[in-house]
Design a protein around this ligand. Structure first.
Ligand code: SAH
Length: 257
């Protein structure tokens, strides 16, 4: 198909989607850390309603279904990611537990006070941590849980290069105590917070990208947008390697008061 009639935006969208569809995760994380976070959630049963927001191709959705009970609705903006998840769920015979739906995390299709658990790994930043926590709360039952990973500073001050990178990328990044305070102020009791280990970024996220990048560049030789997408991803990986003592993802678990 020719790209002549496509807007740049549409083209970027498709490229990003293609690039990230080739790897298992679209953000740092691991099955072990998903299971660890799940261990803090009490009272789930077969009737429990769970939403996985910004699910990507659904690696953590599958883990949730394999390690806990309940019905999971997984939502992502990219329909291609949702197709991928639904096919994977079907293959694993989990399709009666997982329903992938294309949609946006800032316009949820749930009734108020209908959910027992809202999950979101590496995705709440898309609408912002505070906005997400406050908006999602009304869909949870009282006593229901939210479990999210969020970029957080590990130290009170940081080298200028990494500070600038994050201020451009996601200025809502903050220290762990400030994030915990935000959870409280948003109407949740903080239940647990733990830092994702380094392998969640390196072995599980940046390393699989390195192989995918070679194929992607080969396929899109001479395409400036594709090349700049890869340059960005490589830059991000280099920064992580250099500054991982100063930031990372933290799993935050809160209980609706
Ligand atoms: N949870 C997955 C994906 C994280 S990447 C993982 O950890 O592997 C962030 C995801 O959020 C992407 O799949 C992106 O398509 C999705 N996303 C971005 N904006 C969104 C929005 N407004 N609503 C729902 N999903 C969104």
């Amino acid at each position: 198909m020719s790209n002549e009639n496509k807007s740049i935006h549409e083209f970027d969208f498709n490229l990003i989607c293609e690039y990230f569809s080739a790897i298992e995760r679209q953000g740092p994380g691991s099955a072990e850390m998903t299971v660890k976070a799940l261990s803090f959630i009490e009272n789930l049963n077969n009737e429990s309603r769970i939403a996985d927001l910004g699910c990507g191709t659904g690696s953590q959705t599958i883990t949730l279904a394999q390690h806990g009970p309940g019905q999971i609705t997984a939502i992502d903006l990219f329909p291609a990611f949702i197709d991928h998840l639904n096919q994977h769920a079907e293959k694993l015979k989990l399709h009666d537990r997982i329903r992938g739906v294309a949609g946006s995390m800032d316009n949820l299709p749930f009734q108020e006070a209908s959910l027992d658990l809202i999950w979101s790994e590496g995705a709440i930043y898309n609408i912002g941590f505070e906005k997400g926590l406050k908006y999602w709360k009304k869909f949870l039952k009282t006593g229901g849980y939210v479990a999210v990973t969020e970029a957080s500073w590990f130290t009170g001050s940081r080298p200028a290069e990494i500070e600038k990178f994050w201020m451009d990328a996601y200025p809502e990044i903050d220290t762990i105590p400030n994030k915990v305070a935000c959870i409280l102020e948003s109407g949740y009791m903080p239940v647990a917070a733990f830092i994702l280990p380094e392998y969640c970024w390196t072995k599980n996220f940046y390393l699989p990208q390195a192989a995918a990048q070679r194929n992607f560049l080969e396929k899109h030789k001479g395409n400036a947008t594709a090349e700049s997408l890869i340059r960005n991803e490589m830059h991000e990986a280099r920064l992580y390697d250099k500054y991982k003592a100063f930031y990372g993802y933290v799993f935050y678990i809160g209980k609706k008061i």
